[in-house]
Design a protein around this ligand. Structure first.
Ligand SMILES: Cc1cc2ncn([C@H]3O[C@H](COP(=O)(O)O)[C@@H](O)[C@H]3O)c2cc1C
Ligand SMILES: O=C(O)c1cccnc1
Length: 352
């Protein structure tokens, strides 16, 4: 609880003066005012979050949190549970989608076992922070105890604190956990009170009858557990997941350390939602990487007040969208840092 309370007490709204300073600097660059569109927003927000107009490093890291889900026993995914472990090995071998896209933007992928139902021993490259061997079946009772949820949140906070020490410029979220779109839909349903059918989609690609069953399972989970939307840790513990908790902690920890955090798709946004329900100023520190195909994602983004950077019809997770968006945020910040001003380039200014 100590790490969580410390992080919550450190989070402050970003300084609007920094936003204005960054925009003034952008407005002196050799271009019509505002002509670089959202790249200017990324630069402005990055500067205000991190407190610097000229970052000296571009070190980027994506945390891919892996965990299993007891609710898989209810037939909510198109894939078997074993795929979680198999994909962890794929990440470590560098062969997964997130590895390819992270390499493309020169980001590092760090894989965190926060709750996989497998003993990895001391597998090289894997960050072992296992809180439990998966969650319990949330359709029958709480997925986690409150203590487990807090411990998993604190894993994410600790990793964010480590980023601060390492001088990381930007962190990204990612996840792997067969079944994890189910707790993600349950979380957004618990916070918003919207109907489960409007928030639940096909995840890995389930058919119509499996989708109907998934809706029923989530409705049952909410009825059995009665998560309290005013108590985000209660929601997380009862109908969440260990990787979702790790992501929520990472997002909180990044906000506490003034590190811009790029939130991936549906499952990652469920984690960010938990973080923002714990502290509303968290919203100011995150970038929503992309609009996921999952139908509940737009509702999550709306509650976060976040405008997704990309819409590429993606629905993979792992941190794939975060990787791509990081490249664009970095491009915006490079405009702020590297582009010539009218004065430097001897270009005449316009009159508006
Ligand atoms: C091979 C494979 C790689 C993945 N990488 C991410 N996911 C994504 O799909 C899962 C969520 O969907 P559901 O709730 O339907 O199980 C998560 O593991 C998520 O990261 C994958 C899924 C599969 C099958
Ligand atoms: O949007 C995502 O991140 C997503 C959607 C479906 C399955 N896995 C991930």
């Amino acid at each position: 609880m100590k790490l969580l309370n410390e992080a919550l007490s450190k989070i402050q709204p970003v300084d609007p003066a920094l936003l204005a300073q960054a925009q003034a600097k952008l407005d002196n660059k050799t271009k019509p005012i505002g002509s670089l569109g959202r790249l200017e927003e990324f630069a402005r927000r990055y500067a205000a979050i991190s407190g610097t107009l000229e970052p000296s490093t571009w070190k980027k890291v994506i945390f891919t949190f892996a965990a299993d889900h007891g609710v898989v026993a209810e037939g909510v995914s198109a894939f078997p549970k074993e795929v979680t472990v198999q994909m962890v090995h794929n990440f470590l071998a560098g062969g997964a989608g997130v590895n390819v896209l992270a390499n493309h933007v020169r980001a590092e992928v760090l894989v965190v076992d926060i709750g996989v139902d497998h003993d990895f021993g001391d597998t090289p490259g894997l960050i072992g922070r296992k809180i439990a061997r998966g969650t319990r079946n949330l359709a029958q009772g709480p997925a986690m105890t409150r203590e487990e949820a807090i411990a998993a949140l604190e894993v994410g906070i600790e990793l964010a604190n480590g980023c601060k020490k390492e001088g990381i410029a930007m962190a990204g979220t990612g996840e792997m956990g067969i079944g994890n779109t189910t707790p993600s839909s349950a979380i957004v349903a618990a916070f918003t009170g919207r109907s489960v059918a409007d928030l639940t989609h096909r995840g890995t690609g389930i058919n119509d009858s499996a989708l109907n069953n998934k809706v029923r399972v989530i409705e049952q989970a909410l009825a059995v557990n009665r998560p309290d939307p005013a108590d985000p840790i209660d929601v997380l513990a009862k109908v969440g997941g260990l990787e979702i908790a790790g992501i929520a902690g990472l997002v909180l920890g990044c906000a506490a350390n003034r590190i811009p955090v790029v939130v991936d798709g549906f499952i990652s946004t469920a984690g960010a939602l938990v973080a923002s329900e714990l502290h509303p100023a968290v919203k100011e520190y995150l970038f929503a990487a992309h609009q996921s195909v999952e139908i509940g994602h737009a509702v999550m983004l709306e509650r976060l007040g976040a405008d997704p950077i990309l819409d590429l019809k993606m629905r993979l997770g792992e941190g794939t969208g975060a990787a791509l968006a990081m490249g664009l945020i970095e491009a915006g910040v490079k405009i702020l840092k590297e582009m010539a001003t009218f004065e430097e380039a001897g270009v005449a200014e316009g009159e508006y």
